[in-house]
Design a binder for this molecule. Structure first.
Ligand code: SF4
Length: 321
């Protein structure tokens, strides 16, 4: 008689922290409150946060998303997204007589302030980030003549500085912590005197979500990351899951995007979500998995977040108390 190996129980590991960070929460509430307070339409430059569901829900309530301020009718109200904008965007809005609310995350603003300060002190600033990402465009716009973007390893070789003893690196807030350090080490090989930023630029939310994924990934056959393809921090969670030992990992906007074949031969599914994802979308993924036998859910907690940011001043003054 052949002995059968008992099959392992199907289970879900759910990362905590996951989902909304304080900056995203503030940006979404800003648009909601602006719609309530001033009535639609409220224009929003770029996606307020990089999540399809959030953008579509706000659109239904009267938000109009535009790429540039010249698409906003003169005198109308426009909200700037959580990713931040270059000073030239504020100037253009002023020239067109637009009313503005700036929902830039305070942690992105912190990097803008660092960029301005080191540009004023005449440093060459090496900004580690992804080419074309809105946050990087906003930060680089603070001091274009002092900032060089470093995205790939090839970019490290192309960097040219005026004085190797006066160089500092800064970064986008939503990068992979480990990959950023690889890039920093490559830069330091070229510029040994390069200075570190005064404090971490990769934000607490990005770091915490990566730590939680790392903790659960080694036990997972599959890690599902709920998030949109244009969300930098969500894409990094897929990479971190794979690097930390998950056998497979996929980025999905909605439960309906899960391919049944991904679940074949899978015992443990890890679930997490990017910083711009409302938890309802994660709950839908858990319901999808429960219907297929993965009903046991264990939360893996690596941090408890208590950070909250006040709404933008321009909006607060008009809110009914
Ligand atoms: S991911 Fe970080 S920097 Fe981006 S909005 Fe959230 S808290 Fe702010």
């Amino acid at each position: 008689m052949t002995e059968q190996t008992p099959s392992k129980p199907k289970r879900v590991l759910l990362a905590k922290p996951r989902g909304y960070c304080a900056g995203v929460d503030r940006a979404v509430v800003t648009v909601e409150k602006a719609l309530e307070t001033y009535g639609p339409p409220v224009y929003v430059r770029k996606e307020i946060v990089h999540n399809r569901h959030v953008v579509e829900t706000l659109q239904e309530r009267g938000a109009i998303f535009v790429d540039e301020t010249d698409e906003v009718p003169e005198g109308a109200l426009v909200v700037f997204s959580a990713h931040g904008v270059a000073p030239v965007v504020h100037e253009q809005a002023e020239q067109r007589g637009l009313r503005t609310i700036d929902a830039t995350c305070p942690l992105v603003t912190k990097v803008h302030m660092e960029a301005k300060r080191f540009a004023r002190e005449d440093y060459d600033i090496l900004l580690i980030g992804h080419e074309g990402h809105e946050e990087v465009e906003g930060t680089a716009g603070e001091a274009p003549e002092h900032i060089q973007l470093v995205d790939t390893a090839e970019d490290v070789d192309k960097v040219e500085v005026r004085d190797p003893s006066k160089v500092i690196w800064l970064s986008q807030t939503t990068l992979s912590v480990d990959e950023t350090m690889v890039r920093v080490n490559q830069l330091r090989d070229r510029f040994p005197e390069m200075q570190d930023p005064p404090s971490d630029d990769i934000c607490y939310a990005t770091q915490n979500r990566q730590v939680a994924v790392k903790a659960m990934a080694p036990e997972c056959d599959l890690v599902l990351v709920v998030g949109s393809t244009n969300s930098s921090n969500s894409k990094r969670l897929v990479e971190v899951a794979l690097q930390a030992g998950a056998r497979a990992s996929h980025l999905i906007d909605y439960a309906r995007e899960i391919d049944e074949s991904w679940l074949s031969g899978v015992d443990t599914v890890g679930v997490t979500s990017g910083a711009s994802v409302p938890d309802i979308l994660v709950m839908e993924v858990l319901a999808y998995l429960a219907e297929r036998g993965w009903g046991e859910v264990e939360e893996i907690t690596t941090a408890n977040e208590k950070i909250a940011f006040a709404l933008p001043r321009e909006l607060r003054k008009d809110l009914v108390r």
